[in-house]
Design a protein. Structure first.
Length: 94
């Protein structure tokens, strides 16, 4: 239940520092609610939040994450591209 509330808050959050804290809170959660927050984070204004979103998706590899992570390879920030590439390299992602 707490993760659901964090996702609701995080999907609307524009402050990158707050989002970093949210990602720290869901770091070990591989559930669909946590993945929803990561998907929302992929379009955040902050490159650090986008990088954290890629990292979160990479920690629980699912083939359904491939399209979103592949799109992140076109991010203008190298740190996001590298994290997306790392996530895609995990066994089970492709």
């Amino acid at each position: 239940m707490a993760v659901v509330r964090l996702v609701e808050l995080g999907q609307k959050e524009s402050d990158g520092l707050v989002c970093r804290g949210l990602f720290a809170a869901i770091e070990n959660d591989a559930g669909p609610q946590a993945a929803a927050l990561a998907f929302a984070g992929l379009s955040h204004l902050s490159p650090e939040v986008r990088r954290l979103a890629c990292a979160h998706l990479g920690r629980s590899p699912q083939p359904s994450y491939t399209a979103a992570l592949t799109a992140a390879l076109d991010d203008p920030h190298m740190s996001v591209k590298l994290e997306a590439l790392n996530a895609l390299a995990h066994t089970g992602m492709l």
